[in-house]
Design a protein around this ligand. Structure first.
Ligand code: NAD
Length: 430
């Protein structure tokens, strides 16, 4: 498993737990040293226990040396980052570099599958094959495969161990069989395995994430319409979701989508559409709607608090969703920037994501927990619906704030109750 980020480390630990022997490789020496000591480099519930167990039983190893990991491997999985470039395309330099380094390590007489687990644009397997053919020694025996990962940060172990489906793209039966054998423990759970060609497999990941993004933007537009019509988006979403054709997930109105996947993958698929003269208007529309969510929250705040100049504004939560410390493309980043632009002083708290957020905005004032955060604040915004932030003592919050203005960006608290407590309160679509 090359790359020990959210995907590589979780997948590596889970494959080890399935009974396979796994080498996790990373160029980040500090990360590997920490893993050797049993420290998990990011927050992911349950991962420490799984890593400790499988490291302890000798099935999960860590190294910075690619050759050590590749030599005994039947399957080499590439799980490095594919961040967006300026034009929205996925930056493939990390994946291609691993592909090239692995190619040099292939030896004739051994068969290996080199597989992308990273989210990669359609055509990557073809490009990797060309590159490996031009780099590797004469007579090496290998196949390229695609095995996109659908885990969600915050519940990634459960997602990996009990996935809705496993997608495997290959060009040969031999590679398909080897890849399927990795997931054999899931056969007991009757997990559907979708075996297909390389291109379809690569596209399935983008098409799935883009669909989820469209669903989120859809309900956010409905929230805006609800506000105009005097309807309630939470009830609307519930009723819609009870329709089996629609499904209830990803129908929560609020600040929109963020994180390391949906924003990046929507941009990348839109670029693929453009490059192939097939505009993806629905997805482009969803991205536009999403860009307006954080500004809408600021508008709502100004409507209740007036000018933000010189005001102290508390943000409850920084992570893009609960149960992760990931703040990549988190709505909180846009919120902090917009609030500061208006002259507000921002103070924030988060149970896990403070350290990662400070890497992006080092001078942000951090409070130790929600009650310290709102102390003397002119307004508060609930940004991430962490469990402890869902059950706050609102009387205590009201009494400690300078002015009880509360924007509930995740539709957690009942409006009636908040208003009867004396809050100037707003949420999305309710
Ligand atoms: P990440 O940034 O957390 O981790 C990437 C790791 O790869 C880092 O530790 C980095 O040091 C390492 N790396 C980079 N170049 C390397 C090299 N040459 N050799 C060894 N290690 C190297 O990334 P992530 O969030 O795990 O995402 C990885 C891929 O999986 C991306 O394509 C992403 O889109 C996809 N994905 C992510 C998620 C998610 O929830 N994070 C879910 C599904 C798919």
């Amino acid at each position: 498993m090359v790359g020990t980020g959210y995907v590589g480390l979780v997948s590596g630990a889970c494959f080890a737990d399935f009974g396979h022997e796994v080498w996790c490789v990373d160029i980040n020496a500090d990360r590997i040293a920490r893993l050797e000591r049993g420290e998990i480099p990011f927050y992911e519930p349950g991962l420490d226990i799984l890593v400790e167990k499988n490291h302890g039983n000798g099935r999960l190893h860590f190294t910075t040396d690619l050759a050590t990991g590749v030599a005994p491997a039947e399957v080499v999985m590439i799980a490095v980052q594919t961040p967006p470039m300026e034009n929205g395309e996925a930056d493939m330099q990390y994946v291609m570099k691993v592909g090239q380094d692995v190619a040099r390590l292939l030896e004739p007489g051994e068969y290996k599958v080199i597989c992308t687990k990273s989210t990669v644009p359609v055509g990557t397997a073809r490009e990797l094959t060309k590159m490996i053919d031009s780099t590797a020694k004469e007579g090496v025996d290998y196949d390229v495969a695609s095995n996109p990962e659908f885990l969600r940060e915050g519940s990634s172990i459960e997602d990996f161990m009990r996935p809705d489906r496993v997608v495997i793209g290959t060009k040969t039966e031999r590679a398909a069989e080897l890849m399927q054998s990795l997931y054999r423990p899931l056969y007991l759970l009757d997990t559907p395995i979708v075996s297909t060609d390389l291109e379809t497999s690569e596209l399935i990941k983008y098409a799935s994430n883009a669909y989820l993004a469209v669903k989120i933007s859809y309900i956010n537009e409905m929230a805006d319409l609800c506000e105009k019509l005097g309807a309630r988006v939470d009830v609307l979403a519930k009723a819609m979701g009870l329709d089996g054709r629609i499904g209830k997930k990803f129908l929560h109105a609020g600040l929109g989508f963020g994180g390391s996947c949906l924003p990046k993958d929507t941009k990348a698929i839109v670029q693929m559409g453009r490059a192939n003269e097939t505009p993806l208007r629905l997805i482009e529309g969803a991205m536009g709607v999403n860009d307006e969510r954080a500004p809408r929250a600021v508008e709502k705040l100004e409507a209740l608090a007036g000018s933000l100049h010189g005001k102290r504004v508390a943000l409850l939560g920084l992570a893009f969703k609960p149960n992760t410390d990931d703040v990549r493309e988190a709505p909180s980043l846009g919120l902090v920037a917009a609030l500061r632009e208006r002259g507000a002083h921002v103070v924030a708290c988060d149970p896990e994501a403070v350290e990662t957020f400070l890497m992006h905005v080092p001078d942000l004032e951090i409070a130790d927990g929600p009650y310290a955060c709102i102390e003397g604040a002119d307004a508060a915004l609930l940004v991430t619906e962490w469990n402890p932030y869902r059950e706050l003592d609102m009387e205590r919050i009201r009494d400690a704030m300078k002015a009880p203005v509360f924007i509930d960006c995740r539709n957690v608290y009942p409006r009636d109750r908040m208003e009867s407590l004396g809050f100037a309160y707003d949420s999305f679509g309710r």
